[in-house]
Ligand binder design. Structure first.
Ligand SMILES: Nc1nc2c(ncn2[C@@H]2O[C@H](COP(=O)(O)OP(=O)(O)OP(=O)(O)O)[C@@H](O)[C@H]2O)c(=O)[nH]1
Ligand SMILES: [Mg+2]
Length: 443
């Protein structure tokens, strides 16, 4: 593919030890040669060159230039990386000079998108680059790295082949029914194969969901009536006296947030105003916010007071959180005399909250393997996996209901196409090519 040459600062635009100006495109070598004291040509192999940046006959900086000749570069194009001293002024002068010599400013993510367009990486790998940059835990960084190395993409490639196998069989039966040496399509076989693919997809979706949690964390709302110890619980979880705690009901008015890393999973915690009736106007606003926080939470912790019986207010809170994934905890266990079997008791005051932490991990069903296993785990990938599964299930239902082979094939082809979309492959890598690669029909 032919592309114009793009330039960008690859490092932060702040005073630092070094900065990197990156160029990629057909004219990258020529443009860099015009400002570098040495000429960089294609004939030279990938390499490191020491020299000077000279603009308007003036030495601007002493630099190291990395040269990557197409296709042996990240973008698959000719690439030059100029490592200059870490002055924004110098980096800007270098960038301006490259612009004057015909480069243009790269847009956000354009180097990665070129790597994708030049087929150096697929779409899942391109998404992983962003994940690596945004990762906040070692665990999520590790998952992103697996995706970048193509491990996540490999998960769906066998499915594509399996679908192509059934579609090939169906299509050949439709198009060449007169050939006797062709395997006759058998509905039982289609059902068996769709079941196998469905089970694999369910597994991928579950693993992706776990990967998503490791990558993005969980929004966790701490909910309850006033004075049950919600803010004390937030403080115990984050191991910091962040939220104000008093013996007066109605202390928390606004949402107090905190993040913790629990076994490699980031919990975004939201301590909320106690929900109750007849509040004053400020509390009323706080309570509205509490209810909004419930909506956006992945997990709600309903805090009850272990020292008192459940009240009407508690009941209402249990009712409004009923549809959510939730954990009900009895706080103030340190001073409660009676304990009911099967309930979760904690003491936010004495920081005895291990049982709750264990339950949080359990409820999301994250197994140890998820931390090191590649997965298709962003919203786009998970959405497409579900759509693929849906098409497979339609094919199965149609087969069971005796639909025509054309109709069954159409759903399977849709599933195949969706896998291509997941990987960001072009439409011309379409299923017809795949089918006829396998069959030597019309000998
Ligand atoms: N004994 C005991 N007291 C606790 C515990 N947790 C909280 N308290 C006390 O209960 C009172 C209320 O605690 P908070 O954490 O402010 O309660 P809250 O649910 O945030 O209250 P609001 O913000 O008013 O809704 C304070 O006096 C705490 O010290 C606990 O586990 N044991
Ligand atoms: Mg509070």
């Amino acid at each position: 593919m032919m592309f114009d040459t793009i330039v960008a600062l690859a490092t932060a635009p702040i005073k630092s030890a070094l900065m990197i100006v990156r160029l990629s495109g057909d004219d990258a070598l020529a443009i860099a040669s015009r400002l570098f004291s040495k000429t960089i040509t294609k004939e030279k192999k990938n390499g490191i060159h020491y020299g000077h940046i000279i603009i308007d006959n003036q030495i601007i900086d002493e630099v190291v230039v990395l040269v990557f000749i197409a296709p042996h570069s990240f973008t698959g194009e000719n690439c030059v990386e100029i490592i200059c001293h870490g002055s924004p002024l110098i980096a800007n002068r270098i960038i301006e000079a490259t612009l004057a010599y015909g480069a243009r400013n790269a847009t956000a993510g354009e180097f990665s998108s070129r790597a994708y367009l030049n087929r150096r990486i697929d779409l899942v790998q391109a998404e992983a680059i962003n994940d690596i940059i945004n990762a906040t835990t070692i665990e999520s960084q590790r998952l992103a790295m697996l995706s970048l190395h193509g491990e996540a993409s490999k998960l769906v490639k066998p499915l594509k082949k399996q679908i192509a196998d059934i579609v090939s069989l169906i299509e050949v039966n439709i198009d060449y029914p007169e050939y006797e040496d062709i395997e006759k399509v058998n509905r039982q076989k289609i059902i068996k194969n769709t079941n196998t693919i469905h089970n694999q997809l369910l597994k991928l979706i579950d693993q992706g969901r776990q990967g998503k949690i490791i990558k993005e964390g969980i929004n966790l709302a701490i909910i309850g009536k006033p004075n049950v110890g919600k803010s004390s619980l937030l403080n115990a979880l984050i191991k910091e006296d962040k939220a104000i705690v008093t013996e007066y009901a109605g202390t928390t008015r606004d949402i107090v947030e905190g993040d913790i890393n629990l076994n490699g999973v980031v919990l975004h915690l939201f301590d909320t105003a106690g929900i109750h009736d007849a509040p004053d106007i400020i509390e009323e606003i706080g309570i509205k916010k509490s209810k909004k926080t419930i909506e956006k939470a992945d997990l709600v912790i309903v805090v009850l007071d272990a020292t008192t019986n459940i009240t009407e207010e508690d009941r209402k809170i249990l009712e409004i959180t009923e549809q959510k994934k939730r954990i009900i905890v009895y706080n103030k266990a340190d001073i409660s005399k009676e304990k009911q079997a099967g309930q979760l008791y904690i003491s936010a005051l004495t920081k005895d909250i291990t049982a709750l932490e264990t339950e949080i991990i359990r409820i999301f069903g994250i197994d140890q393997a998820s931390y090191i296993r590649p997965s298709l785990n962003n919203a786009r990938q998970l959405g497409l996996l579900k759509q693929i599964d849906n098409s497979i299930m339609v094919a199965k239902t149609n087969t069971l209901q005796g639909a025509s082979l054309d109709v069954i094939s159409a759903s399977l082809q849709e599933a195949y196409y969706l896998i291509s979309r997941l990987l960001g492959e072009e439409a011309n890598s379409d299923i017809q090519t795949e089918i006829f690669k396998r069959f030597c029909v019309g000998k």
